[in-house]
Write a new protein. Sequence first.
Length: 238
Amino acid sequence: MRKFVFATIASAISLNVFAQSAPDSPHIYIQGQATVTAIPDNVKLTVAIVEVDKDLIAAKNKADTTMAKAIKLAKSQGVDEKGIYASNISIDRQTEYNRETGKQNFVGYRVTRSLSLTLEDLKKYPILLQQLVDSGINEINQTQFVSSRYDELHKQAQKLAIKDAKAAAKELASDYGVELKGLYTASNSPLKTDVQPYMRAEKMMVAADASGNYVPDAYQSGEITITASSYAVYLIEN
């Protein structure tokens, strides 16, 4: 079921002149803001295999073998080939300090390969993660839960921010007993001024529908938040 929770914020007013950013005539500077929350339906995972061996070829072969296993496992869990990126090999010479001799002792060659995956079925995430570790992956570098509908949700948030800016302008004009003459300028970015825009104090948020493949009991990924702002200058008259 769709839940609606709209987020809007409010703060200051200016009826004076903004240098190079606003008209000379009386006006108000407004900010509309909106937040859309959603349950993620994709997970972006970055892992790595690190092997250290005095034999460079041996270290490379171990890393390559583990990487091949990891890619095969990812595909077996439904990760599309377009969502798999295996990095080139990275080689560093690793040493450690010997206190007795005061010299650096050669430990071996450190060979690293990274793997980035985009998994579209969250319920498989814990399974895939365990399988990757079992296959030899020994670094989990990043896990990011995202929505495949990000662009759509951001547009939704932007429209709500514009709607909020309009409401804020009417609210402020009414509170000060002035009339809005019309919109002077509008932008998704703030004006070049030290004056803070007026924002409404009410909080408005929209929680988007959960994706059909989200299974709450399988993995608690929480919500993601998508925000947008709209800035506007309205001309006013008493």
